[in-house]
Design a protein around this ligand. Structure first.
Ligand SMILES: [Zn+2]
Length: 237
């Protein structure tokens, strides 16, 4: 019936979902991000949706909103007809960049931390590497753009911050899976096993479901460490 991205070892249930299986382990978040990244690479690029649709991020980045299939600048009320980030950024930077860039500075710093945390998680690197990355960024910025080096020093990449950001990202993915799972008409679970760097067995739970519009969703739903034996009985317990 269902085949996971890895060869499925067994299928344990099928039918309408009661609740989404999920756990709260840090390595689970990291594993999920790595899995999502692999999935993303397989997806086809859609040039149309990349370039010609209004991106909600532009609200915060450039103070633009969507109005009548155009992008409307909230500062000067001019509109930009071509929905391309290049055009919108050019308008913002040439007309308003100098007066408004300080407002979104904090937002950008926050986003930079999330982006670094995401890279660390998807590459399976220790969270403590954040401080080394920050040191590298500050050194490189000191050479390339010394006038902006203080901006890079504001990025907080301590291990606790990175762990919290990865938890946020993982939590967001769990929320997305739960939202999709609510709309499933049918679903199946597939189990597989793996081991982590300490040779502890990991139980991987994949979910695949289909909603009433035949949208198929297949995701890594949960990862559990199995510290003793890994028999079928242990899995169900
Ligand atoms: Zn404007």
């Amino acid at each position: 019936m269902a085949r996971g991205p890895h060869p499925a070892r067994c299928i344990i249930s099928s039918g309408p979902p009661n609740k989404s299986p999920c756990g709260g382990l840090e390595n689970e978040h990291a594993a999920r991000l790595q899995y999502m990244e692999k999935r993303k690479k397989k997806k086809k690029r859609n040039v149309d949706s990349e370039c010609r649709q209004f991106n909600d991020e532009w609200n915060i980045k450039y103070f633009f909103v969507k109005a009548n299939d155009k992008a409307l600048c909230l500062i000067c009320k001019d509109s930009v007809a071509v929905l391309k980030e290049y055009n919108i950024r050019r308008h913002y930077e040439s007309k308003h960049g100098s007066s408004y860039s300080h407002i979104i500075g904090a937002e950008r710093t926050k986003k930079a931390i999330y982006k670094v945390a995401y890279v660390l998680a998807k590459k399976g690197k220790p969270f403590t590497d954040g401080s080394i990355i920050k040191e590298c960024i500050v050194e490189a910025a000191g050479e390339l753009c010394p006038e902006k080096v203080n901006l890079f020093k504001m990025i907080s990449l301590g291990s606790n911050t990175v762990a919290r950001r990865i938890e946020d990202l993982g939590g967001d993915i769990i929320r997305q899976i739960k939202e999709k799972a609510k709309r499933f008409c049918w679903y199946s679970l597939a189990l597989d096993e793996s081991t982590d760097v300490c040779d502890t067995s990991q139980l991987l739970v994949f979910i695949r479901g289909v909603d009433s519009e035949f949208n198929v969703t297949q995701e890594l739903a949960s990862v559990h460490s199995m510290h003793t034996t890994t028999t079928g009985e242990d899995i169900f317990n």
